[in-house]
Design a protein around this ligand. Structure first.
Ligand code: ATP
Ligand code: SF4
Ligand code: MG
Length: 351
């Protein structure tokens, strides 16, 4: 098993992140905001990274494709291989060639990625021209084609519209169209549905799944919403306090979470609570912060299963188990308890 809980694939891994460490300078020295994170994405795969705000989801993926250095961050360790090629240390020119071409990226803030002064057709065509040696006319044709693929009605006409003429959901489709314009092998989607209402969110997830099925591209999807994970993921990586705390195939994660944090996220899901006849139960306490990681298990101040003599001293390693990986010193003891709480639980249907 690898750290996403997928079977070992050797050569068929598209993206392999190993022991990635990312730091940002602060008045108190370097803050480690991604701490030895490992995960991988196979071909034709959909992997979700899930975790609360500030857990390091976005920075992990930005670092993987060389986007933290421009923001003042640094990759202090680890390796990121895309199709076997090392991306850490690659020149920005080479990375620019890969980003937008073999790796499509949908950023967390769609409006900052669209220029209000240009039509959406021009902006998608520009991405195509940056990576392909094609005429303006063919680039525009491709823009209309991909807008059509993400089901924007009357794509040929709408390509001539400006971003403000699109609703939030339609703008997000434009972002997807832009990210898939060059037929990427991997699409990284950072919270692409968070700002949308539930119905529109469900439609966008359908579009992404359809694209994935038809093109065979892999998707790495970042979200803080386990409902979205249930909808789209095949395997899941749970992050807390800059570290991976659990990874597993999606069905197994929902049926039998092995980390108290994952179990807490599940209990906080409205759909799960409704099934079990109670109100959602929020995880107590506040998210750990990089300037003051708790000693021992970073989740211990919030964990109802914490035994200080076991959990609060030494760092807890990420260990393999039968369904993936888990970072909990009491995982074996708690297995029955956490599994029991989840007996009736399966992957909830969202829409
Ligand atoms: N440019 C930056 N400079 C300094 N610190 C940063 C920067 N970008 C992110 N961080 C810090 O890195 C940590 C991880 O941030 P990240 O954006 O990856 O979180 P996230 O899991 O994506 O959260 P969210 O769900 O809110 O998007 C946070 O503590 C954040 O404050
Ligand atoms: S190591 Fe201890 S505190 Fe951390 S998740 Fe496991 S039981 Fe909870
Ligand atoms: Mg983020």
């Amino acid at each position: 098993m690898d750290q996403t809980g997928s079977p070992p694939g050797g050569g068929d891994k598209l993206l392999e992140i190993r022991d990635l460490v990312v730091q940002f300078p602060s008045p108190n020295g370097l803050l480690t905001v991604v701490d030895h994170v490992s995960l991988s994405v196979g071909r034709n795969d959909i992997v979700c990274i899930v975790g609360e705000s500030g857990s390091g989801k976005s920075v992990t993926m930005q670092a993987a494709v060389g986007l933290v250095q421009p923001k003042g961050g640094r990759v202090s360790g680890g390796s990121v291989k895309f199709e076997g090629q090392e991306l850490v240390g690659m020149s920005s020119r080479q990375l620019n060639r890969i980003r937008g071409d073999s790796i499509g990226f949908i950023f967390q803030e769609p409006m900052t990625s669209l220029n209000p002064a240009y039509t959406v057709g021009d902006q998608i065509a520009e991405v195509v021209r940056r990576h392909r040696n094609v005429s303006r006319r063919d680039a525009w044709k491709r823009a209309v084609e991909v807008m059509d693929r993400v089901h924007i009605a009357s794509a040929a006409t709408r390509a001539g519209d400006y971003p403000h003429q699109f609703s939030g959901g339609m703008r997000q489709r434009v972002m997807i169209a832009m990210a898939i314009a060059c037929d990427p092998k991997l699409l990284i989607a950072d919270e692409p549905t968070t700002a949308l209402d539930v119905t529109i969110q469900a439609r966008i997830l359908e579009v992404l799944e359809e694209l994935q099925r038809e093109s065979g591209m892999s998707v790495l999807f970042i979200t803080h919403d386990l409902g979205v994970v249930a909808e789209i993921a095949r395997s899941v990586v749970v992050m807390y306090g800059a570290q991976v705390v659990e990874s597993a195939p999606v069905d197994e994660l929902f049926r039998s979470p092995r980390h108290p944090y994952t179990a807490g996220l599940l209990e906080a899901m409205p759909q799960v609570a409704l099934d079990r006849g109670h109100a959602p139960i929020a995880i107590p306490g506040v998210v750990a912060q990089a300037y003051a990681w708790p000693q021992g298990c970073r989740f211990h101040p919030r964990c109802t299963f914490c035994k200080p003599e076991v959990c609060a001293d030494a760092p807890v390693p990420l260990m393999p188990d039968d369904h993936g990986f888990v970072r909990c010193a009491r995982a074996a003891e708690l297995r029955a308890t956490l599994g029991q709480a989840a007996t009736e639980r399966s992957v909830p249907v969202m829409s």
